[in-house]
Design a protein around this ligand. Structure first.
Ligand SMILES: NC(=O)c1ccc[n+]([C@@H]2O[C@H](COP(=O)([O-])OP(=O)(O)OC[C@H]3O[C@@H](n4cnc5c(N)ncnc54)[C@H](OP(=O)(O)O)[C@@H]3O)[C@@H](O)[C@H]2O)c1
Length: 209
């Protein structure tokens, strides 16, 4: 598959490497245009390219990989046409994430009772939104070898077909997708401040598929 990233920082490059290792192509984009990403994509190899934000958004699956404050601008003006958008953001307010208990509580309070993915969905009308990837620091998945730990990534969404595509995509990398159900319920579990946020879990054994 061809996976587009809106944002080309730590999260995009880490997930991009896992996807490339599984045989997918990735298109990275940022606010500075493709030229600014030339060194980065060269480092990722021939399966990576840099594109405009719209080019990234036209891929089979698109991953929102910007900081929370930049998401509205990053999503502005994109025609989604029913494509799948994975919300990989954590809704930290402020310029730098404050992961203290008080900082997380302030960020969660700013959501005013909504889940962050419902807010992202409203910013991306016409996209089939799936929440995933955001639940763990990328430092935990820096092993790109085929023998890497089967780290769990949670998935939630209201469109069953879109979610199935994302589950298959994650599983193709050797990481393991765990479906938490609908966008609002599952999103509340895995988003910043939720009970499954920043919890490192690995699949050790699966007897029945
Ligand atoms: N780092 C982690 O461990 C981790 C783990 C899970 C989830 N996340 C989440 O993933 C998101 C990104 O985190 P990160 O650590 O990758 O941040 P980062 O390294 O700061 O990268 C953010 C990227 O977004 C781009 N960007 C900013 N404004 C943009 C716009 N208007 N349009 C397109 N791209 C734009 C930035 O490039 P320009 O400024 O050049 O445009 C940069 O490439 C955050 O929401 C974070 O909570 C991060």
């Amino acid at each position: 598959m061809k996976i587009g990233f809106i944002g080309a920082g730590r999260m995009a490059t880490t997930i991009g490497r896992h996807l490339i290792g599984a045989g997918h192509d990735v298109v990275l984009s940022s606010s500075r245009g493709p030229e600014a990403l030339a060194g980065l994509v060269a480092d990722l190899g021939s399966a990576a390219s840099a594109g405009s934000k719209q080019e990234a958004a036209e891929c089979d699956v698109v991953i929102l990989a910007t900081n929370w404050a930049d998401a509205p601008e990053a999503l502005k003006g994109i025609d989604w046409g029913g494509r799948i958008l994975i919300d990989g953001t954590n809704a930290h307010i402020g310029e730098k994430p404050d992961i203290s208990a008080a900082g997380v509580a302030r960020s969660v309070a700013a959501l005013e009772g909504r889940t962050s993915s419902e807010i992202v969905a409203a910013m991306a009308p016409g996209a089939r939104l799936v929440k995933s990837i955001s639940n763990m620091p990328m430092a935990w998945i820096q092993d790109f070898s085929p023998q890497k730990p089967k780290t769990l990534l949670f998935v939630s969404g209201d469109d069953r077909d879109a979610k199935a595509v994302v589950v298959e995509l994650i599983n193709s990398t050797g990481l393991v997708a765990l479906d938490l159900g609908a966008l609002a319920d599952g999103g509340a579990m895995q988003q910043l401040g939720g009970p499954l946020s920043a919890v490192e879990l690995h699949l050790v054994r699966r007897i029945i598929r």
